[in-house]
Each structure stands twice: as C-alpha cells, then as structure tokens.
Design a protein around this ligand. Sequence first.
Ligand code: AMP
Length: 273
Amino acid sequence: MKVFKTVAEVRAARAAVGELGLAPTMGFLHAGHLSLVERARAENPTVAATIFVNPTQFGPNEDLARYPRNLPRDLALLEAAGCDLVFTPEPAEIYPSGFDTTVSVGGVTEGLEGAVRPGHFAGVATVVAKLFNIIQPTRAYFGQKDAQQSVVIRKMVRDLNMPVEVVIAPTVREPDGLALSSRNSYLTPDQRARAPALFRALSAAKTAFDAGERDAEALRAAMGRELAGFTIDYVSIADAETLRELDRIDGPALASLAACLGTTRLIDNLPLN
Ligand code: AMP
C-alpha cells in the first residue's frame, strides 16, 4: 500500500493503473468505512482511500478542532482491508492560498442537515469534486449512513456529467443498532447506553410503515416518542430522491433524524421502500 501527501504524487500513481474504486473518508476508521473499502476491493482491480478532515464542511461552532484522528491505526486498517493507494493531504495541499471556487448543489441540500449546517454541503461537494478530479475514480463508494450526502453527491455527478459511478453501501451498525460513526468516540458510557434510541426511533417508523402506515406525520410522531430526553434537530419523513418533507408516502421515502446527546450530535436514517 502506498501513501501520498501531494496531488502530484497521487496523480502519478493513479495514472499508472486502470479501473479504480475510491472510498473518501475523514479517517478514524471503523467497520463502516472498511465496508466501503471491501466493496471497492470486490469490484475494482485497484482501490484507493482518502483520509482528509475537510475543514470547509465544518461550521464555525462545530467539532473540527477535536475531530478524532489516528493516522497510523487508519493506515494499518486500510492495508489489512486490501487498499492499494491512500491520499492523505494537508489542508494547504487541497486549499492553497488563493483557492476560491465552490461547488454548490441546489434543492436537495436545503433541508435536513443542510438546514441545520449552513455551508456544510458546499464544503462536501467541493472537496468530493476535487478528490474526483485528482484521483479520477471509476467508481466511488459512499455510505447510506450519510443519506443526504449520498443524494448530494449523486446529484452533483449527474448535473456536472462527472465520469464516475457512485455506489452507496448499507449502514454498518453495532449489535444494539447504533450506526458506527467516528463521532461515537465522543459519547460518555451513559450516553453510549442511551444512543441506540436513535435506531429504535427509526425502527418504530419502519415497523409502522411496513404495517401499512402512510401518514408521514404519524411516522414522525412514532420516531419522536423514542427520543425523550434527546435534543432533536429534526425527525424527517422525506421523499428519497428530492428529500422534500412528505405528507403521505406514495413512493420511495427516507426516515431520518438528527439528535444531540450532550454536546455530541448523531444522525441516522432508514430507507422506507
Ligand atoms: P466520514 O469519515 O464520516 O466522512 O465517512 C466516510 C464515508 O464512510 C462516508 O461515505 C460515510 O457515509 C461512510 N460511513 C460512515 N459511517 C458508516 C457506517 N456506519 N456504515 C457505512 N458507511 C459509513
């Protein structure tokens, strides 16, 4: 496995191989990230991962400074998962002085995370567009865990005719249902014990949906009931493609939520099909 810090080096290594699968990450890797690398490994002759804590997708009051990092451990995990190339640039390599371009995706960025985190998806779309241009993956792998991010990336790729196939992999969970997240490391033992309520809330909506409930407000209420004691940013039943809030479900939909436990903000979702 080769590790690169500069655009020029990773470009040269990429140019020497054929089809390539890419898993972009912010590091502090867990089994969710590794599932993307393993899927890429199964579907591509060469696999690349990026580790870059992208400053432009964090708001001024968010957790950029304390975001967890452990590069030696991440590199060992990637090597064991069969990754071939790793790009782990410093911020100045991605945003040199004078950098002044933003990729702004409309519509699907307005609600949910976009409403609570202004500028977040512009940061995400811009860095992913750059990583696609630098590494030129044949296929790029993202997690369902960040459902709105997946919709935004797919829309950017479609709207800008980017020559990459976007693959969305299922959410990897702990045995008690908590979705794996680098941010779970912030939770105190007491908060960790309460965190599976997010999955219980989504499961309650899914159970009601599977039993035939199509009234979106009834599903939101079912989710809310499981989240007593949480500070809720949103509970949502939205169209799976446009991410607009629904009154009634009559096509593919997404149940999603964001809630805080103390200072830790967690998100999760379940598709309703
Ligand atoms: P992050 O490092 O949080 O930016 O995540 C990098 C990629 O891993 C994104 O495409 C995430 O959606 C994906 N990911 C994060 N957590 C999980 C999980 N529990 N299961 C599957 N994919 C995940």
